[in-house]
Design a protein around this ligand. Structure first.
Ligand SMILES: CCCCCCCCCCCCCCCCCCCCCCCCCC(=O)SCCNC(=O)CCNC(=O)[C@H](O)C(C)(C)COP(=O)(O)OP(=O)(O)OC[C@H]1O[C@@H](n2cnc3c(N)ncnc32)[C@H](O)[C@@H]1OP(=O)(O)O
Ligand SMILES: NC(=O)C1=CN([C@@H]2O[C@H](COP(=O)(O)OP(=O)(O)OC[C@H]3O[C@@H](n4cnc5c(N)ncnc54)[C@H](OP(=O)(O)O)[C@@H]3O)[C@@H](O)[C@H]2O)C=CC1
Length: 489
């Protein structure tokens, strides 16, 4: 919405389907976004943007999306382009819910779109990981072993226990219900698109904005953002990842630019078949997890997060044994010690619970950070050459121009400002806090070493002998040093 109004202020209206949430009405939700820093530039070129965004109450889990008759009539008769990006993105969602939102709702939306007389294009947002069971992925829709229609039907009569049982068999070699249902959604789009002008966009891991409307903007914890917070606050100490695996991140504004360009191309050129566009970075400008991790850590040195639990010092592990070891030593043990301290001081323990959640999240993302994929980008490159030089500039999605180190630094800064809502004025205090944590760390390690050593020499003759040897060696060395300095004098 932001980019559309900034580049096309004469646009009449955007209908946005919204559900009320967390005690906020849909108008409040939309106005909160419009009143945020994100929309400041838009308001300069389009001061009445509030009037041009029409929030329609809708819940994609309900029949006909629970849209009122009047709203439905308005939508059907006025819409020119549909951008469908609503989805459940939870990796561990129950299959019934994931099918409902990512497959059945897509089917229903296509049906709605087929009743829109003025519709020029239907743009469906999928994910580059919908076929993550393959190593090389082309810009085509791959068939699924079980037809989506059969899956939709079976979800209506199977009970939860049976669905739980068959889920691993259905998802096969995909890691979760999210990627599986997004793949089913693509098949539905292809099979049931009828005469509609359709395109599918597959972004990889969406990160903060690169340039527009300003660098580093981010508003959710998906992808790496949540883990950047966990690392910056010192909770995340170790993560099972392959440093050389490609970190296929794609900035949010690049996805937006490609999406709008695809909308134009699909509406104007009306390709004969459904085109799939990969919105990925790995084949054009690869960055790996090792480089990304190091740059994230380097940025924490310059711009630390406030009130860290421990000093940010995360590392990658590459096998199961070291992962278990570091999980026990660096994640669980400090959480237990801290909760013990909270209990002693009469407060409610919370760190173990938080750590368990973090470990669960890590186990869910491991699949994606220990493998590399190749996505072909012929259609995306074709689209780039179909744009005029001016549009290539305004709707830039050429990731070859992206400087990763600069991007990652802005990403971390954006996480601090827009997700954690921390003020830059707090950086000196955050640095002081980290110094205190470093001193506590050294003090704790020294005390631990002394206690362990004391226990060892109390129990072992060998340790005692080593101890006496070290003490007498030091004594002799000091005596020799004193004697030689007296002679020199
Ligand atoms: C060489 C040396 C180098 C040294 C290096 C050092 C390195 C050090 C630097 C480290 C940085 C670099 C790291 C690189 C890793 C990148 C990972 C990339 C992932 C890629 C995936 C891409 C896949 C495909 C992309 C796609 O196509 S699409 C979208 C992908 N979809 C998602 O990303 C949703 C995931 N999430 C869930 O699946 C659910 O969230 C669930 C997790 C089950 C929890 O579930 P549950 O435990 O039920 O808890 P919730 O209620 O959900 O949340 C409970 C609480 O956790 C919060 N929280 C929700 N989420 C997340 C999240 N992510 N991360 C963290 N927290 C989260 C939430 O705010 C709430 O906090 P609270 O409000 O309680 O305070
Ligand atoms: N983030 C990523 O890395 C990637 C994301 N994608 C795709 O991009 C799209 C957006 O994802 P992302 O922004 O990350 O995730 P979000 O969860 O932020 O966006 C999903 C949107 O769907 C809406 N939604 C979910 N359920 C319903 C419902 N029942 N009725 C109405 N609206 C609903 C949500 O509304 P609400 O705000 O009310 O919850 C939310 O606005 C998805 O299709 C996802 O598959 C693809 C590749 C990577």
């Amino acid at each position: 919405m932001e980019k559309l109004f900034r580049t096309s202020p004469d646009l009449k209206v955007i209908y946005v389907l919204v559900r009320p949430k967390q005690g906020q009405t849909l108008q409040q939700r939309v106005f909160q976004i419009l009143d945020s820093k994100l929309f400041e530039k838009v308001k300069e070129v389009c001061p009445n943007v509030h009037e041009k965004i029409r929030a329609i109450s809708a819940d994609l889990n309900q029949n006909d999306f629970a849209i009122s008759k009047e709203d439905m009539q308005e939508l059907l008769s006025h819409t020119n382009i549909v951008f469908h990006c609503a989805a459940t993105v939870r990796f561990d969602d129950h299959l019934r819910h994931a099918v409902q939102l990512n497959v059945t709702a897509t089917q229903q939306l296509l049906l709605m779109a087929s009743q829109m007389p003025k519709l020029e294009a239907f743009i469906h947002i999928s994910t580059a990981f919908s076929n993550c069971n393959l190593k090389h992925i082309d810009e085509v829709v791959y068939p699924c072993p079980v037809e989506p229609k059969k899956i939709i039907d079976s979800m209506e009569w199977l009970d939860d226990a049976i669905i739980d049982e068959i889920t691993p068999k259905l998802i096969g070699d995909r890691p979760n219900t999210y990627t599986y249902t997004k793949a089913l959604g693509e098949v539905v789009v292809q099979q049931e698109g009828g005469n509609l002008n359709i395109a599918i966009i597959r972004p990889s891991i969406v990160g903060a904005t690169w340039q527009e409307p300003f660098p580093g903007w981010v508003d959710n914890l998906n992808g790496p953002s949540g883990l950047i917070i966990a690392a910056g606050k010192g909770f995340l100490r170790s993560i099972r990842a392959t440093p050389m695996a490609v970190a296929d991140l794609i900035p949010a504004d690049t996805v937006v630019n490609l999406t709008l360009a695809v909308g134009w191309y699909t509406a104007v050129h009306r390709p004969k078949s459904t085109l799939v566009y990969h919105c990925t970075s790995g084949n054009l400008n690869p960055c790996n997890w090792g480089k990304m991790g190091l740059q994230v850590l380097a940025t924490f040195e310059k711009i630390p997060f406030e009130r860290a639990f421990r000093r940010p010092n995360a590392d990658f592990t590459t096998n199961n044994i070291t992962t278990h070891y570091w999980n026990a030593v660096s994640h669980r043990a400090p959480a237990i010690i801290y909760d013990f301290y909270l209990r002693l001081t009469g407060r409610k323990p919370r760190m173990t619970k938080l750590m368990n959640r973090l470990l669960r999240t890590l186990s869910m993302v491991e699949y994606f950070i220990n493998r590399s994929w190749e996505w072909s980008t012929y259609n995306t490159e074709m689209l780039m050459s179909a744009l005029s030089p001016e549009d290539q500039r305004v709707f830039n999605f050429d990731v070859r121009q992206l400087n990763w180190l600069e991007y990652i630094e802005n990403y971390v800064l954006g996480v601090k400002k827009y997700l954690l809502k921390e003020d830059m004025a707090g950086i000196p205090e955050a640095k002081q806090h980290l110094k205190r944590l470093r001193n506590i760390h050294y003090l704790f390690n020294t005390a631990l070493f002394l206690i362990a050593w004391r226990l060892l020499i109390a129990r072992s003759q060998v340790a005692r002998n080593v101890w006496f040897f070290i003490v007498s060696f030091c004594y002799k060395f000091l005596s020799y040093f004193r004697a030689s300095s007296t002679l020199n004098a």
